[in-house]
Write a protein that binds this ligand. Structure first.
Ligand code: CMP
Length: 137
């Protein structure tokens, strides 16, 4: 998911190029603004963290771009592509190093396991929208 700050700063195109150049197929994509309740549900796992309110307020502050991405070893390789949560610690050339402005406004979110990728995909898309891989390969 491309976060609101990166959308506001007009980085959607650059970020999609980096994702495709890294070998991902974009199986589903949409842009829309989450409500505060949606952001709270999406990030419920962090509800006891000190940064939670700031995170869900930011994530509902403007449009995001949600995507389902296909590739072998997609989850692990995506974490390498986007870089560390804190942009100050992200490797040169990673999406967060290039486009993040803070730990909260860190340009992009990636699922941290295959199980969460499934949960997060079904949060934004119907199964019909992203399981028809014959359309995109
Ligand atoms: P994301 O990949 O979207 O998953 C959870 C988000 O919480 C993370 O990226 C950051 O934007 C945010 N986050 C994690 N740790 C911190 C922190 N220590 N301070 C502020 N925000 C954080």
């Amino acid at each position: 998911m491309i976060k609101p700050g990166a959308v506001r700063n007009k980085h959607i195109g650059h970020i999609l190029s980096k994702i495709e150049e890294a070998g991902y197929t974009i199986a589903a994509i949409k842009t829309f603004k989450m409500t505060l309740d949606m952001a709270a549900e999406f990030y419920a796992v962090h509800k006891d963290k000190p940064f939670y309110q700031e995170l869900i307020s930011f994530m509902s502050s403007g449009p995001i771009v949600a995507m389902v991405l296909l590739k072998e070893n997609a989850v692990e390789d995506f974490r390498t592509l986007i870089g560390a949560t804190d942009p100050d610690k992200a490797e040169e050339g990673t999406i967060r190093k290039l486009f993040a402005t803070s730990k909260t406004a860190n340009a992009i979110h990636g699922s941290d396991s295959d199980e969460n990728a499934e949960r997060e995909s079904s949060f934004f898309f119907s199964r019909q929208e992203y399981l028809r891989t014959d359309r995109v390969q």
